[in-house]
Design a protein around this ligand. Structure first.
Ligand SMILES: [Zn+2]
Length: 307
């Protein structure tokens, strides 16, 4: 076996809150217990929603809690060439195609079935419709997005937390965007290219990303990298009293707010440890004292309610 590698991958579209921090803590403890190398990847591709101040802030948040990492941070915004190469490759072999549909067109397409969560499954309108990107653009008069042609197969995997999983991606999720019309690589594509290039072997993240996994596995396969598919661990999320994912409507749970109002990091770590199944008392003064005390089998299997 080669080196084991994981990554913390915050996105500076919003401040780090207790929910993200708890996922990062579990990931960090697992890595330090098992000797995995930890990469820090800043997911800053999302154009205007990225706020530079938040990059600085989230670095401060991580170091405040003692969540360290190995090597220099990797910025997705500096890796556009790598994403373009992968997208080109998929286009060239016919596993991706230009799509000129607007969001509205996709949503109102009569044939569009609806996924279980109410989101729209792309009906495949542009599959086989245009021979080239130029042809698509000439047709619609605007730049085309690029979609991945999802193969007709059920994807199965064993999640380290959520257990046996299967997904018929074509039916449940549909052909998904891998490059936006402005040329920016979409989330699923960028993550796969980065994880593969970084040699990532273990992905620990919130279970809101569970349905990203079969899409990412298909991308690995289509890019000829099936042997690089990592082991996945999807953690139950921290939710508000209304059982919805922790967010602004539940009040201000940003780490920066606690930090600035004088709440000690030890108190936050105590709370996050409790939410991770570690009974370490109200204050944890040294994050390293948690190493060796985490047991995946004791991780709460249902959402954590923050009130
Ligand atoms: Zn389309």
């Amino acid at each position: 076996m080669g080196e084991m590698i994981t990554r913390l991958a915050p996105s500076p579209t919003g401040a780090l809150h207790l929910g993200n921090a708890r996922t990062f803590l579990v990931n960090w403890i697992m890595a330090r217990q098992e000797g995995w190398r930890i990469l820090l990847r800043i997911e800053d591709l999302d154009g205007p929603r990225i706020k530079r101040d938040l990059v600085t802030e989230l670095m401060e948040d991580l170091s405040w809690l003692g969540l360290d990492y190995d090597g220099a941070p990797i910025y997705q915004s500096s890796r556009r060439g790598e994403y373009a190469t992968a997208i080109e490759k998929l286009l060239r072999v016919g596993l991706a195609y230009p799509c000129v549909c607007s969001r509205r067109e996709v949503e109102t397409a009569a044939s569009a079935p609806h996924a279980e969560d109410g989101s729209t499954v792309y009906p495949g309108t542009c599959r086989g419709r245009f021979a080239t990107m130029a042809e698509a653009q000439a047709f619609s008069g605007r730049p085309a997005a690029i979609r991945f042609r999802v193969p007709d197969q059920t994807v199965r995997w064993t999640d380290g937390v959520a257990g046996e999983q299967s997904c018929d991606v074509a039916r449940q999720l549909g052909d998904f965007v891998i490059a936006k019309a402005d040329g920016t690589a979409a989330y699923q594509l960028a993550v796969v290219v980065d994880d593969a290039d970084g040699g990532v072997t273990h992905v620990v993240r919130g279970d809101d990303l569970l349905d990203s996994t079969p899409r990412q596995m298909l991308l690995y396969q289509s890019l000829g990298m099936a042997e690089k598919i990592p082991k996945y661990f999807h953690l139950p999320l921290v939710v508000g009293p209304d059982r919805r994912r922790l967010a602004k409507r539940h009040g201000d749970t940003r780490l920066a707010t606690y930090r600035e109002s004088g709440v000690p990091a030890s108190r936050i770590l105590g709370l996050l440890a409790k939410w991770s199944g570690i009974d370490a008392g109200e204050h944890v003064h040294d994050i390293r004292s948690l190493i060796g005390r985490f047991d995946l089998s004791l991780l709460p299997r249902s959402p954590i309610v923050c009130d």
